[in-house]
Design a protein around this ligand. Sequence first.
Ligand code: FES
Ligand code: FES
Length: 173
Amino acid sequence: MKIDFTLNDLPVTIDVPDDITLLTLLRDYLKLTGVKKGCETGECGACSVILDGEVVNSCMLLAAQVEGCKVTTIEGIHGPDGGMNDMQKAFLEFGAVQCGYCTPGMIIAAEALLAHNPNPAREEIRTGMAGNLCRCTGYKQIVDAVEATANRRLAERQAGIEARGAGRENKDG
Ligand code: FES
Ligand code: FES
């Protein structure tokens, strides 16, 4: 069957068997191996992607279900220069990456969380990322990294608003 969808902001049209999962489509057909294969039963979150703004386990969906949808994988998350974005850098800074197997899914879940709630409490971060399991870090470092990224983005947004306000005042005299 033919599927048309948007993947990491680019249009994709691909012919695939109609019984494959979204995880198989992304990893085996499109070679996006940042999407990790873990439990394949919807338990671990290693295969997380953002589908039309919501985090989903790609192992639990059929590829056919993304027809006409917008999918973002870890390969679609980057900074303005194409390198790591602030969240990815914070994961390194706070020691939230050890073996790294859960990390793509964690970052996908964290980005979706902040898109919905730019200023989450620590408990909300824990709850928002409860579908993503990590066998290495003990989670504290992950919550620290997400919390720091949220705080930094809010501070940057506030600084931008103040700078624009000051610019307008100067222009108005
Ligand atoms: S591989 Fe999909 S939830 Fe574990
Ligand atoms: S860093 Fe190893 S599973 Fe999370």
